[in-house]
Every structure is written in structure tokens, then in C-alpha cells.
Write a protein that binds this ligand. Structure first.
Ligand SMILES: Nc1nc2c(c(=O)[nH]1)N(C=O)[C@@H](CNc1ccc(C(=O)N[C@@H](CCC(=O)O)C(=O)O)cc1)CN2
Ligand SMILES: Nc1ncnc2c1ncn2[C@@H]1O[C@H](COP(=O)(O)OP(=O)(O)OP(=O)(O)O)[C@@H](O)[C@H]1O
Length: 184
């Protein structure tokens, strides 16, 4: 399948580019006003703890907490089991999981997210997204179709155009160190 080969090569290229960019100590990702406008008290925002050279959403999560939102983090086990979103107060100890991920303990409460801050490998001008390839976020988007899908990335992760599959749901916006990119 051609798109599978394309995606694998693209992932490797983008990971290398992201590593190079990250080594230059980019400016942190700050919360744009368009995101702050969505942070109503009581809303549930799922963040993530970055691994390697991923863009760090910590200031977005802090803005959400300060606005009275509740936080959650993704939790994965096997590749087959769907990802869960588990409540997190922003300070409690996390547990190391697969791939070196920091996750809430598996007995933390499941929540239904309103805003999904989404890690990604690449995005394009249409705000299509390429992830790690396990389909965790694609499946979560299908489960929570009414949640805001907001990508978090370094600007160098934008590519001309991505191959898409039938299940791909575009992002509503992407936040980079340069600011907010709305869906066209
Ligand atoms: N920080 C973070 N948390 C996350 C994700 C993510 O992409 N980033 N996920 C998104 O789905 C879920 C975990 N899924 C993952 C799926 C595959 C790989 C993986 O294949 N990692 C590669 C290389 C990682 C890299 O260098 O970028 C590996 O371990 O070989 C990692 C996480 C939930 N939590
Ligand atoms: N809504 C869905 N329901 C069931 N399986 C799905 C769904 N969406 C994607 N998948 C499965 O997930 C796998 C990975 O898809 P893809 O390569 O597009 O992942 P990705 O977008 O890079 O990953 P991720 O979403 O984890 O960041 C595919 O094999 C696909 O069959």
C-alpha cells in the first residue's frame, strides 16, 4: 500500500527535522488568545507529557487550569486497546508506561474531553495530521467527535500536503511556537 510506505518515510524525516529544531532551544509554546477563548470553567482539556523532541503543551495546560478547566492525560497499554483519557490535577505523580510515556495511574477516573491537545508528527495547510501510526488519536477523535481537536507542534512539522486515509479527521487548529493556525 503506497500511503503506508509514504507515511513511514515521512515520519522518519519529520522526527529527524524535529530533533534538529529542538536542539536549537526553540521558544516555548504559549497559549494564544484563540485558545484562551475556549477555556471555559469546567471544560475538560486533555494534554500530554512530551517525549523526546515533541512540542511541550505545558503552558497550554497551565492556562487551562488557571481558567478553571479540568485536565486529563492520555493512557495507553497495548496497541489494540483504545487510548483512555484519565483525569489529572496537574501535579500528582505519574507512572512510566510504554514508549517512556508519563501517564496517570490506570485507576484514575476516565473523563470525556471537550478539548483534545494533540501531539503529532506532521500537519499540512488543510490541518490534516500524521501521528505515530498507532491510530490512538484517530480512534479517540471518532469516539469524541464533538471535542475540539487542537494540534500542538513545532512550526517545522508543517509539510506541503499529507496523504490521508478515510478515517482521518482534520484538526480544528494547530498551535506552534509561532501562534494559532486555524483550519482554512
Ligand atoms: N507525548 C505523547 N504522548 C502520547 C502520544 C504521543 O504521540 N506523544 N500518543 C500518541 O499516539 C499516545 C502514545 N502513543 C505512542 C505511539 C507510538 C509511539 C512510538 O512509536 N514511538 C516511537 C518513536 C517516538 C519518537 O521518536 O517520536 C518509538 O518508540 O520507537 C509512541 C507513543 C498517547 N500519549
Ligand atoms: N476510527 C478508527 N477506528 C478504528 N481504527 C482506526 C480508526 N482510525 C484509525 N484506525 C486505525 O489506526 C491505524 C493507524 O492509522 P494512521 O497511520 O493514520 O495513524 P496516525 O494518525 O499516524 O496515528 P495516531 O492517531 O495514533 O497519532 C490504522 O491501521 C487504522 O486502521
Amino acid at each position: 500500500m503506497q500511503t503506508t510506505i509514504d507515511k513511514r518515510a515521512l515520519r522518519a524525516r519529520i522526527r529527524a527535522e524535529r530533533d534538529r529544531f529542538f536542539a536549537l532551544s526553540p521558544a516555548p509554546i504559549a497559549a494564544p488568545s484563540a485558545l484562551r477563548a475556549l477555556l471555559e470553567p469546567g471544560r475538560i482539556v486533555t494534554s500530554y507529557i512530551p517525549i523526546g523532541s515533541e512540542a511541550d503543551p505545558q503552558h497550554l495546560a497551565a492556562a487551562a487550569l488557571a481558567a478553571g478547566c479540568r485536565l486529563a492525560l492520555p493512557h495507553v497499554t497495548t496497541r489494540e486497546a483504545p487510548m483512555r483519557f484519565l483525569g489529572w490535577d496537574g501535579r500528582s505523580a505519574l507512572v512510566e508506561g510504554r514508549y517512556g510515556l508519563s501517564q496517570p495511574p490506570s485507576d484514575a477516573p476516565d473523563v470525556e474531553p471537550d478539548i483534545i491537545l494533540t501531539p503529532l508528527l506532521a500537519f499540512d495547510a488543510k490541518l490534516d495530521r500524521l501521528g505515530q501510526g498507532a491510530g490512538y488519536y484517530d480512534r479517540a477523535f471518532a469516539t469524541f467527535p464533538n471535542a475540539w481537536r487542537i494540534g500542538v507542534a513545532w512550526s517545522v512539522q508543517q509539510v506541503e500536503t499529507l496523504p490521508t486515509d478515510a478515517w482521518d479527521m482534520p484538526l480544528h487548529a494547530v498551535i506552534t511556537e509561532c501562534g494559532w493556525i486555524p483550519r482554512p
